[in-house]
Design a protein around this ligand. Structure first.
Ligand code: PEP
Length: 253
């Protein structure tokens, strides 16, 4: 009942010309994948390439996401990008609260919540990232931490808006490290996230929210992850940078 969503996060990689040739290549590869349309395929491009990718992706199955948004409508925020601008450039989704943004750019649960509200206000679908670091995992506080991140991110967000949102469970220790949570461990946290959403909004709404796993997802581990009851897709960093690898991942999902 939940449509799988496979999203590539390019991070700070790819010029406009590299992005355009990637989209052309990926489109050709997706055309050869049976049942590909049963999943949403999203590329989260850097802000500089959004508009170009949007144009190039017209008429293809490739959907567009941004990697960050500012929480203000507009104003004197040098270097930032508003939800209105992202929407105007063609983005449908936006990643919010990625651990790299929390770690290097001081994002907090409060700013994540403000960004989620601002994105939804302008019709952007947030991909809200939550997840624990290695110390937190070793201390056994993963569920508690992830629960507080989810509750904070969706504070004062309506049930209908939450149902349109995506949550990405990304254990920080698995991002870009080659270490993946076992499919069972990843699913246990995703199940907990859904139970938190159920507590906040009721089971019917929680059942509509798509929950991704992210952290060293590759073509050879995606199938086992996707087979889990509460994993509805993946947020993919490194393995999304090459169109052939990302297409293989979509095929294996
Ligand atoms: C990410 O950047 O969200 C991510 C999961 O990266 P990687 O797939 O490279 O671990």
């Amino acid at each position: 009942m939940r449509k799988p969503i496979l999203a590539g996060n390019w991070k700070m990689f790819k010029t406009v010309s590299q992005a355009l040739s990637y989209v052309e290549h990926l489109d050709g590869l997706l055309a050869d994948i049976p049942n590909q349309s049963q999943a949403d395929v999203v590329i989260c491009a850097p802000a500089t390439a959004l508009y170009a990718v949007h144009n190039q992706a017209q008429g293809t199955p490739i959907q567009l996401g941004a990697q960050n948004v500012h929480q203000a409508e507009e104003g004197a925020y040098t270097g930032e990008t508003s939800a209105i601008m992202l929407k105007d450039a063609g983005a449908k989704y936006v990643i919010i609260g990625h651990s790299e943004r929390r770690q290097y750019f001081g994002e907090t649960d409060e700013s994540v919540n403000a960004k989620v509200q601002q994105a939804l206000k302008h019709g952007l679908l947030p991909i809200v990232c939550v997840g624990e670091d290695l110390d937190q995992r070793n201390q056994g506080v993963t569920n508690t931490l992830v629960e507080s991140q989810v509750r904070a991110a969706f504070n004062a967000v309506s049930a209908d808006d939450v149902a349109r949102s995506v949550v990405a469970y990304e254990p920080i220790w698995a991002i870009g490290t080659g270490m993946t949570a076992t499919a069972q461990d990843a699913n246990a946290v995703c199940t907990h996230i859904r139970s938190v959403l159920s507590d906040m909004y009721g089971q019917d709404k929680a059942n509509l929210v798509r929950i991704q796993y992210g952290g060293s997802v590759k073509p050879d581990n995606i199938a086992e992850l996707m087979a889990q009851s509460d994993i509805d897709g993946a947020l993919v960093g490194g393995a999304s940078l090459d169109p052939g690898t990302f297409a293989s991942l979509v095929r294996n999902a």
